[in-house]
Design a protein around this ligand. Structure first.
Ligand code: B12
Length: 224
């Protein structure tokens, strides 16, 4: 994993790790046992700018980061295939369509972070200001230590700012369904509200990302 991590970081990844996917049904992972989970950081100054709602700059950055994620997953898959392994790069995003293997599942299995109260992956280093992608593989990479419990504690910052009131409040732990912690329909409604009148060609929000204390600590450290 070290060689692959170095390659990914050199090309712009913030974090990368290997996930053991044995807890995930085989049909959701194309029969492959592991995955490489890749996180790319959002620019601190741009994240600081969305505390009051999404901006055009954020939307453009979000599209550019998705493009970078797709480059990174293609590069990782190519390296793994050159070593004789199978590798399937998933797409970074497919709009609002629900997927069989969420990137966040691979990310918690790889030990990159936990699921926050707002259902986003929260990392110790960058908070939730990361975008994710996944490469399924059968390469014999050393899996990271999975994270099975939230580290949000009593924090309710994302809940306070969510324009849709989508955050229910309980802390995540492995085995909980998303609906126990987060109401997707209210999130979609909140995104619509937050995007309105801002001249955006796509609906986005991200206020929960900016409000997270782990994100804010990262922004402070970066001087944003
Ligand atoms: C559909 C979708 C949406 C929908 C529904 C949201 C949702 N939570 O499902 C809508 C349009 C509302 C949405 C909104 C946003 N999204 Co969105 N979205 C997706 C998409 C395309 C698919 C997700 C999906 O199908 N989920 C199905 C549900 C059931 O799973 P999940 O909630 O994603 O993840 C659960 C599992 O991973 C589970 N879990 C965790 N560990 C484990 C381990 C095991 C073994 C198991 C079984 C399960 C499990 O816990 C998670 C939470 O319940 C993903 C990209 C992708 N391919 O993953 C991006 C993605 C989740 N979105 C992302 C982002 C950033 C956003 C927004 C902030 C966008 C914005 N800029 O406005 C908002 C905020 C949403 C929020 N607070 O969660 C990022 C999240 C990054 C991060 N740090 O977590 C992703 C990963 C895109 C990316 N490439 O980075 N999104």
């Amino acid at each position: 994993m070290e060689e692959l991590r170095r390659l990914l970081v050199a090309r712009g990844a913030a974090l990368a790790g290997c996930a053991d996917l044995s807890a995930v049904p085989p049909e959701a992972r194309e029969g492959l046992p592991r995955a490489v989970s890749i996180a790319v950081a959002l620019a601190p100054a741009i994240v600081a700018g969305i505390a009051g709602g999404p901006t055009r700059e954020y939307l453009e950055h979000y599209k550019a980061r998705n493009a970078l994620l797709d480059e990174l997953s293609a590069a990782a898959a190519e390296l793994l295939r050159s070593r004789g392994a199978r590798a399937v790069a998933l797409v970074s995003t497919n709009g609002g369509t629900v997927v069989r293997l969420p990137h966040k599942t691979a990310a918690t299995r790889a030990g990159l972070g936990w699921i926050g109260k707002c259902a986003l992956l929260v990392t110790e280093s960058h908070g939730s200001a990361v975008r994710l992608t996944t490469v399924l593989t059968d390469a014999a990479l050393e899996p990271g230590r999975p994270v099975d419990e939230s580290r949000c504690g009593d924090c309710a910052e994302c809940r306070k700012v969510c324009p849709g009131g989508a955050v229910r409040g309980p802390n995540w732990r492995l085995g909980m369904g998303r609906e126990e912690i987060f109401d997707e329909a209210s999130c979609r409604e909140g995104i619509r509200k937050a995007s309105a009148g801002r001249g955006l060609d796509r609906l986005v929000c991200g206020m929960c990302v900016a409000a997270c204390p782990f994100t804010r600590r990262h922004l402070r450290r970066s001087g944003a």
